[in-house]
Design a binder for this molecule. Structure first.
Ligand code: ADP
Ligand code: MG
Length: 686
């Protein structure tokens, strides 16, 4: 019987050192390992002619050595070099530390050489190619090789070896889906699914495997959320709050009129918080629809009732910004309520002071990151919890915050543009308010999708906007080790941009690897207008509000999911000035263009999500994930919307048939669900 909880070092070849690498990737047990899915698959490409090779490409050529290999010794390495020739021409080839090749690769005989094409001076060079006999290569071409997400120290080979061993241990005891459900929804068994997701025999097999795994993931999620809801319905709210006049006054002193949508949503929240059962409400509103002020009103009502409210956000930058917004609004209105910030990057001393204010009840409003749910934080009278940008958290984290109080009211805010039918499933334990209206003073964002040759014009455009007193963001994609070649590196990019812009324009950068303190400082200077152009990775994707920024330029826009692009674009167009979004695409292709055109023509998140769904065919499954969206490992709420609906239907049937999952064939499923909210939640740390 397979023990999914067995630590990975029970596998052969995983010693103490290798184990550390696996732990870094959050792989502790066999179960974790088996659910560590490939990021994508690679197929050996058909051989190219040497004359058609291009720099940067990984390619195979069917060629022979044009003479014996030459050997050279460097300080710590040995070079083996030669020239490959086919009918179309020739190319140089180099290996490091592989002197034995001189004996094994025979000149005059044709082999497949597969490696990366690089440039040395004027000449192209095939670097460190693997060498295959043509028959062997033809065999390999049929296979899809998994490519795993890696962390430092962990290699593809290590993961593959470990997966193969773990797969060998799978047996029937791992199956959680009842047989009749698998029949109804045509789902493969778990052994097949895991084997094929790691080492697919072909595209079709991989799709079959993936569908089964996505279904299971959604099903367990849906059932767990339902269980949560049932539990809560039985308990009374810890705090039943009074309506207070102050909130009304506050909303009339904002300097703008609340939109009708904001008014309606507020009325719902205000009424919820006065009820006997605790509020559990999702506010779904597009980027820029003005959710923050609604959160502040709820916090104010709580404070005026003599209780505490906590607002949790996914990034430090956003925590600080919300903190300052709230302090500003409270000060303007002359409120004495104390507001406390709590984030991971604060010093031990600062944290201690914050804990104390929270525990003693001196503070009424607490704003922070995951630091809010750490063990050593004790709240005095936590009557309201709010999670902003919920799609970046897991349900577990939201529940941990709730667990810090005695049945507090809960508000969850999200800008994920998912259709209502899906929202109802995914947020099954929440009532949903939709904020489908933008503040009146907004001009729609103007968009363009262009290729890289447009870059100089874009820079010039940014310069003109800055000269008008505005600010700009430039987004480069995250630099992943293996993709470093294509991705513009943030720091290099910033240097280039500085050169392209007049020197009196202040350009700075922000990326995920920077210390929180540095990030905060940069962000504060951007908010204050000292920095005019901010080059960043997607760390600024969520929530940040700098209404003076009017240009969002996105490099390699084709690499982002549409929902993510929409979030990024949402950083501009937040004030009264005309804003612009320039999406640069580095690759040609009809689909890329079509996808970006959707964004180009619409600023409506709900419409975008629906179109995105239509456009992504089943062949596109592992392509672009809406990264950071919801908490799923393999499922994607957009591309797998149909599976989500199936899983929901299956969940309903199951519950009608066996509400407490007491039947024999539901035992394993039940155990999974009981564990669901207990497992360690991965923390998103940006
Ligand atoms: P999001 O919904 O994306 O969280 P925010 O709450 O950050 O949006 O609001 C974006 C900007 O719109 C803020 O500068 C805020 O002050 C402003 N705002 C909010 N509501 C209104 C309104 N009714 N009229 C005008 N501006 C508003
Ligand atoms: Mg927001």
């Amino acid at each position: 019987m397979i023990d999914e909880t067995a630590p990975i070092e029970t596998l052969k070849g995983i010693g103490p050192k290798t184990k550390e690498f696996f732990l870094r990737a959050n792989i502790h047990t066999l179960g974790d390992l088996l659910r560590y899915y490939p990021r994508r698959y690679e197929r050996m490409e058909p051989p190219s002619e040497t004359a058609s090779l291009r720099e940067g490409q990984t390619a195979a050529v069917y060629a022979c050595l044009s003479g014996p290999l030459a050997m050279r010794r460097g300080k710590n390495f040995q070079i083996t070099a030669g020239v490959l020739r086919d009918d179309s021409g020739k190319i140089q080839v180099i290996w490091y530390n592989m002197p034995f090749l001189a004996n094994t690769v025979k000149s005059g005989r044709k082999y497949i050489f597969r490696g990366k094409v690089t440039r040395k001076g004027q000449q192209l060079l095939l670097m460190q190619p693997a060498v295959f006999d043509i028959e062997k290569y033809e065999e390999l071409q049929k296979e899809m090789q998994p490519v795993y997400p890696l962390v430092q120290g962990l290699t593809e080979t290590m993961v593959k070896k470990a997966e193969k061993q773990a797969l060998g241990q799978i047996d029937g005891t791992m199956e959680v889906l009842p047989l009749d459900m698998r029949k109804t929804y045509q789902l493969s068994d778990i052994g097949y699914a895991l084997a094929q997701i790691h080492f697919p025999a072909g595209e079709h097999e991989m799709q079959v495997a993936r569908r089964r795994l996505v279904f299971e993931e959604f099903l367990i999620f849906i059932l767990s959320v339902r269980r949560l809801k049932q539990k809560k319905e039985k308990t009374k709210a810890g705090y039943q709050l009074r309506k207070v006049q102050e909130v009304q006054k506050f909303s009339q002193n904002l300097g703008y009129e609340l939109t009708n949508a904001q008014k309606t949503v507020w009325a719902e929240i205000e009424s919820d918080m006065q009820k006997e059962t605790a509020m559990a409400r999702l506010v779904q509103g597009d980027v820029g629809s003005g959710k923050t002020v609604i959160a502040v009103m709820a916090l104010l009502m709580t404070a005026e009732n003599g209780c505490q409210g906590a607002l949790m956000v996914p990034t430090e930058v956003l925590a600080r910004q919300h903190y300052e917004t709230i302090c500003g609004l409270f000060e303007k209105n002359g409120y004495r309520h104390r507001v406390t910030l709590l984030t991971g990057s604060m010093t031990a001393k600062e944290k201690r002071a914050a804990y104390e204010e929270i525990e003693s009840g001196q503070t009424a409003v607490i704003v922070g990151t995951h630091a809010l749910i750490q063990e050593n934080v004790t709240y005095k009278k936590l009557a309201l919890t709010i999670t902003d940008e919920q799609h970046r958290f897991g349900v577990k984290q939201r529940e941990e915050l709730i667990g810090k109080g005695k049945c507090p009211h809960t508000l969850v805010m999200s800008a994920t543009p998912i259709p209502r039918t899906l929202a109802v499933i995914l947020y099954g334990d929440l009532d949903i308010s939709v904020m489908n209206e933008m503040p009146l003073n907004r001009l729609p964002i103007k968009n363009c999708v262009v290729d890289t040759s447009y870059r100089p014009k874009a820079y010039h455009f940014i310069q003109r906007e800055v000269e008008k007193g505005h600010q700009a963001y430039v987004i480069c994609p995250m630099v992943e080790e293996s993709e470093a070649m294509e991705a513009e590196n943030v720091i290099d990019y910033t240097e280039q941009l500085k050169e392209a812009l007049p020197c009196d324009i202040s350009v700075a950068y922000l990326h995920g690897k920077m210390k929180a303190k540095e990030k905060n400082e940069i962000m504060e200077r951007f908010v204050a207008g000292e920095i005019q152009v901010l080059v960043s990775t997607t760390v600024i994707e969520v929530g940040v509000n700098v209404p003076n920024a009017t240009v969002m330029m996105i490099e390699n826009a084709e690499r982002f999911g549409l929902a993510q692009l929409h979030q990024l674009r949402g950083r501009v167009g937040r004030g009264k000035d005309q804003s612009y979004c320039i999406m640069i695409r580095a690759s040609e292709g009809k689909v890329v263009k079509e996808r970006l055109e959707i964004l180009n023509h619409s600023n409506d998140g709900f419409y975008i999500a629906a179109q995105d769904l239509k456009l992504r065919g089943p062949g596109d499954l592992f392509g672009i994930r809406q990264s950071g969206m919801m908490e799923f490992k393999i499922g994607d709420v957009f591309q797998d919307a149909k599976v989500l609906q199936d899983a929901n239907e299956a969940a309903e049937q199951l519950i009608t048939q066996d509400p407490d999952l007491t039947m024999e064939e539901h035992q394993r499923l039940r155990r999974k669900i009981e564990q669901y909210f207990l497992e360690d939640s991965e923390s998103v740390n940006l």
